[in-house]
Design a binder for this molecule. Structure first.
Ligand SMILES: [Zn+2]
Length: 314
């Protein structure tokens, strides 16, 4: 019996944390517990509460609770280190985590410093972790503006993937075709948030239009056998975050989460944290929830874990 299987069977969170795992859907500045942000900033940060308004509730929380923290001089490296520390404590050995392409502009921190901060936090806190830095593009911004933010990062040769997030309904994915085609030519891995609030057909449309290597969420695909077959044939993985889906009321319970349907239809799935700050769960807790809800056997979850981090060192 593998260490992970026996850790799940005994529902021992510490043992689960001790087994190597990947987190391929992580927004690094929202990667630590909310209490940690309070501790680092010396301010009382209110935990996120969902009020039924989709991504708008997250954006409201960020502007009310988090933007003032980000303006504190010198806090950025501390927050990034806290994001890495959370991943280390969770037993993450492969981390694909994004930082917003417009963050430098918002905070007045130049792109060179953003990159250097990420690089040194990785070396300081998690030198053995495989870190795949990702640049996140907010979908509500015009493409022209995003290209302007993107440009200075290209010469720095640091980021390895791009992601599209924020309000899925704000504009057509086709508007991002040019930016994604360019990024692919430059060697970036291409991912996008889709099928979280949208439909199965929109998942297929985005994968097709943007030539995606992976989908963030994508759970709506479970409602269409056609789309699942299409994703399975192309081996496009869905990086799923169960608690995020539960808190944002995309699913009713862990026990009915569509990750099971996707898995049974041959779609490659991974289990991830999304935003520890907002949802308060690491990847270890996510695996435990899926197991305790009876959605997967411990062996099946071990297979999902392993397929996301095949060559992970500890
Ligand atoms: Zn996300």
């Amino acid at each position: 019996m593998s260490d992970f299987v026996s850790a799940l069977l005994s529902s021992d969170l510490q043992l689960i944390r001790g087994v190597p795992k990947a987190d391929l859907h992580n927004h690094l500045l929202l990667g630590m517990k909310v209490d940690r942000i309070s501790g680092l900033s010396g301010r009382r940060i209110k935990p996120f509460q969902y009020n039924g308004n989709g991504i708008q509730d997250i954006n409201n929380w960020i502007s009310e609770q988090y933007i003032p923290v980000l303006k504190i001089p010198g806090i950025f490296p501390k927050l990034i280190e806290a994001g890495f520390q959370q991943a280390v404590d969770d037993g993450i050995t492969v981390l694909e985590a994004s930082i917003d392409v417009g963050f430098g502009n918002l905070s007045g921190i130049p792109p060179e410093e953003v990159v250097e901060t990420l690089r040194s936090a990785h070396q300081k806190v998690a030198p053995h972790m495989i870190f795949r830095p990702c640049l996140g593009f907010p979908r509500s911004l015009p493409v022209r503006k995003l290209l302007r933010f993107f440009e200075p990062y290209l010469d720095l040769n640091f980021f390895t993937s791009i992601d599209l997030y924020d309000d899925e309904m704000s504009q057509s994915v086709h508007n991002y075709r040019e930016i994604y085609r360019f990024a692919k030519q430059m060697g970036f891995r291409c991912t996008a948030h889709v099928g979280e609030f949208g439909t199965a057909d929109q998942v297929r449309e985005a994968v097709d239009a943007l030539d995606l290597d992976a989908v963030q969420h994508g759970i709506a695909a479970a409602s269409s056998p056609d789309v699942m077959k299409w994703l399975a044939e192309r081996s496009v993985p869905l990086n799923i975050c169960p608690t995020s889906n539960l808190v944002l009321q995309r699913v009713k319970s862990y026990a009915t989460h569509p990750i099971r349907i996707l898995f049974d239809n041959g779609v490659k799935v991974t289990v991830n944290s999304d935003d520890v700050t907002l949802f308060n769960q690491g990847v270890s807790e996510e695996f435990l929830h899926l197991f305790q809800a009876g959605l997967f056997s411990a062996e099946e979850l071990d297979g999902i874990r392993e397929s996301a981090c095949p060559q992970s060192p500890l």
